[in-house]
Write a protein that binds this ligand. Structure first.
Ligand SMILES: *Cc1c(COP(=O)(O)O)cnc(C)c1O
Length: 341
C-alpha cells in the first residue's frame, strides 16, 4: 500500500483549492500595465489597508518584491543593514548588489532571530567618502519561523529613524507573525516604511507577493518593477487567488501553528532528538543537532514518504495540506529512524 507523501519541506508546496481556482477563473481582468486590472487594484488596495499603508503593488514573487523595495529605497553606492540569515541577503541571488549596486551589510543574528541593536548601531557608517552611505535597515518577520517581538520592532524602528534610515520588512510570513500573536496585520506592519508580503506561502495562493508602502515609494517601485520585467498584463487571475487567500486562509494559520506545536512536542519525546528552542512559535519546527548522517536520515524518510526541508538544521514546515494524522505519521517515522540508527 502506498501512502501519500507527507511534504513538510515548505509552506510553498500548497496547491490552490477548487474554490480558489473558481475565484481565479471568474475574476474580472484588464491590462495591469495600463493600470486597468480591477482585481489587481482590489488586492493592492486591500492589503494596503490591512497593513496600514497608503498603497500596494502586486509582484510575481517575493524575491522581486524585496529586490524592488531595496532598489526604491537605495541608490547605487548605498548600503542596507540586514541579518546574515535574512532572505533578502542570503537567498535572493545577491540581486540588490548585482542589479542595484547596493552594498549589503550583513549582521549575525541573536538566538531569537533579531539583529542586536548595538551591532546595528555600530555598523551605521559616518558621512565620510570612504564609506558606503548607510540607507536602510531591513528586518524579516517571521524569521526561521520565529516571531520578532513588538518591542524589538519599535526599538529598531526608532534607531532607524534616528539615523535617517529607511525601514523595510521582508514579511513573507508576516501573517503568521500577526496571527501567532493574536494581532491584526497592521499591528506588525505599520511601523515599517515598506513591507513585502507573500501570498504563496501559508496563505496558499499559487503565486504572488504584494509590496506595501507610501504612494511615492510605490510609484518608484512601479518603475523598477517594469525594469526588472515584472509588469504583467491580465494578472487579475493571479490576484484573485490572493484575494481569496486573504478572505479564507488567514485565520486558519492558527491551525498550522497548533499542529507545529504538536509536532515539536512529540519530537521532543523521542530519545536523542532535540528541537530548537522556541521552535514552533509559528508553523516551523527545527531539529537541533541531528548529528551523524543527515543525508542518510533524509533519504530514509523520503523513501518512506516523508519529506522535510533543510539539512542543517533540518526544517519541518506545517501548512494547509497537513493534518494531525500526517503529523503523527511523520513522528512515527522519525522515531523509527532514531530507534534503528
Ligand atoms: C519565500 C520567501 C521570500 C521570497 O518569495 P518568493 O515568492 O519565493 O520569491 C522572501 N522572503 C522570505 C522570508 C521567504 O520565505
Amino acid at each position: 500500500m502506498t501512502q501519500q507523501t507527507i511534504d513538510l519541506r515548505s509552506d510553498t508546496v500548497t496547491v490552490p483549492c477548487s474554490a480558489m481556482r473558481q475565484a481565479m477563473a471568474s475574476a474580472p481582468v484588464g491590462d495591469d500595465v495600463y493600470d486597468e486590472d480591477p482585481t489587481v487594484k482590489k488586492l493592492e488596495a486591500k492589503l494596503a489597508e490591512m497593513s496600514g499603508h497608503q498603497a500596494g503593488l502586486f509582484f510575481p514573487s517575493g524575491t522581486q518584491s524585496n529586490l524592488v523595495a531595496l532598489l526604491s529605497h537605495c541608490q547605487r553606492g548605498d548600503e542596507y543593514i540586514v541579518g546574515q540569515e535574512a532572505h533578502t541577503y542570503k537567498y535572493e541571488g545577491g540581486g540588490a548588489a548585482v542589479l542595484g549596486s547596493i552594498q549589503p551589510q550583513p549582521i549575525e543574528h541573536a538566538a531569537d532571530g533579531t539583529i542586536p541593536l548595538e551591532k546595528i548601531h555600530a555598523t551605521i557608517k559616518a558621512d565620510d567618502f570612504h564609506f558606503a552611505h548607510t540607507r536602510l535597515l531591513a528586518l524579516e518577520n517571521t524569521i526561521g519561523g520565529r516571531i520578532i517581538s513588538q518591542d524589538y520592532i519599535a526599538s529598531a524602528g526608532a534607531l532607524a529613524r534616528q539615523h535617517g534610515l529607511g525601514f523595510h520588512l521582508d514579511g513573507a510570513r508576516v501573517f503568521n507573525a500577526a496571527v501567532g500573536q493574536g494581532l491584526p496585520l497592521d499591528a506588525v506592519t505599520s511601523q515599517f516604511d515598506s513591507v513585502s508580503i507573500c501570498l504563496s506561502k501559508g496563505l496558499g495562493a499559487p503565486v504572488g507577493s504584494v509590496l506595501v508602502s507610501n504612494q511615492e515609494l510605490i510609484e518608484q517601485a512601479r518603475r523598477w518593477r517594469k525594469m526588472v520585467g515584472g509588469g504583467m498584463r491580465q494578472v487579475g487571475i493571479l490576484a484573485a487567488a490572493g484575494l481569496y487567500a486573504l478572505e479564507h486562509n488567514v485565520e486558519r494559520l492558527v491551525d498550522d501553528h497548533a499542529l507545529a506545536q504538536s509536532l515539536a512536542s512529540q519530537l521532543t519525546d523521542i530519545d536523542g532528538l532535540k528541537v530548537r528552542d522556541n521552535s514552533a512559535s509559528t508553523n516551523m519546527v527545527y531539529l537541533a543537532d541531528v548529528g551523524g548522517d543527515i543525508e542518510g536520515f533524509y533519504q530514509w524518510c523520503a523513501q518512506r514518504g516523508l519529506k522535510f526541508g533543510g539539512r542543517d538544521p533540518v526544517r519541518l514546515v506545517v501548512h494547509k495540506q497537513i493534518d494531525q494524522k500526517q503529523v503523527d505519521r511523520a513522528v512515527q517515522l522519525i522515531k523509527a529512524y532514531f530507534e534503528a540508527n
